[in-house]
Design a protein around this ligand. Structure first.
Ligand SMILES: C[S@@+](CC[C@H](N)C(=O)[O-])C[C@H]1O[C@@H](n2cnc3c(N)ncnc32)[C@H](O)[C@@H]1O
Length: 262
């Protein structure tokens, strides 16, 4: 396990203690946190405002938290390319297509899921890492309490993995399974966003990503979409039917059935 402590402000004591007990992390009041030193450590802080992941060592980058209501996610929602965005085309959203339901089986911090939900997709999210799940659940809670609550209602998060017994979710079978497992980071440290560096340090790689593709392709869905770094090899399995290539990433599309036009 990663060297992580859970910290809390008095208002969030119960939630923090429950999380720490469930996942067996030490728990400490925010005011009692030791000063950061040279050792790589992390703090999952339950504050009055939000839950955030702090890198707790000298010279560490700032905290990681999920914010759909302001900042980059909100800017992209308002000023992004709409259904012309590559991710929208990848899942089959285009003019005349009725609602597309997507199972994002590697939810992470929910960035892609939020883009798709803001373009009208019905999203079911799966995330297996307890810390990532906790950060995402907190971001979605704040989204649900914001004026964007309609958008929040299109996103349902579950903790679990498609690799285990297929979790039962009430949303029914999706049109599309979307996969974006972690990929070993090849870029020089300075080129990787600091937030992603921390994310990689805590989550690690997802070496079982190929199994996810096998599992997704066995589901009776219309298509499976895999997001990859642009130059990365495709996942082990059949060749994708269509590849959409962007500047830094690409989408490998495994089409099963045409998504119906309305
Ligand atoms: C690269 S991140 C996804 C980023 C996400 N697309 C976004 O926009 O924020 C990969 C995430 O998938 C999760 N993950 C990987 N394999 C998984 C699995 N089998 N089941 C559930 N979650 C998984 C990891 O814990 C990690 O949080």
């Amino acid at each position: 396990m990663i060297p992580l402590s859970v910290a809390y402000t008095p208002l969030r004591l119960d939630e923090a203690v429950l999380f720490a007990k469930t996942w067996q992390f030490p728990v400490v009041a925010e005011t009692e946190l030791p000063r950061p030193d040279a050792n790589r450590q992390y703090v999952l802080a339950f504050t009055d405002e939000r839950i955030e992941l702090r890198s707790w060592y000298k010279g560490a980058p700032g905290p990681v938290y999920v914010d759909f209501v302001s900042g980059a996610a909100d800017y992209r929602r308002l000023h992004g390319g709409g259904r012309g965005e590559m991710i929208a085309r990848a899942v089959g959203l285009r003019k005349g297509v009725a609602l597309v339901s997507v199972l994002d089986a590697t939810a992470g911090l929910g960035g892609d899921a939020f883009v798709l939900a803001s373009l009208g997709c019905q999203m079911t999210l799966l995330e297996r890492h307890p810390v990532v799940y906790c950060l995402l659940a907190d971001g979605l809670k704040r989204l649900a309490e914001s004026p964007l609550q309609d958008l929040a209602a299109r996103i349902t998060l579950h903790r679990g993995s498609l690799l285990n017994a297929v979790p039962e979710w009430s949303e029914g079978l999706p049109d599309v399974v979307y996969l974006d497992p972690m990929f070993p980071e090849k870029k020089k440290k300075a080129q990787v966003r600091k937030e992603m560096q921390v994310f990689h340090e805590v989550v690690g790689d997802d070496p079982d990503g190929d199994g996810l593709l096998t599992r997704a392709l066995a589901m009776p869905v219309k298509r499976v979409v895999v997001k990859r770094p642009r130059l990365a090899p495709a996942m082990t399995g059949p060749k994708p039917d269509v590849v959409l290539e962007g500047k830094s990433c690409r989408y490998d599309i495994y089409a099963r059935h045409k998504i119906q036009s309305s």
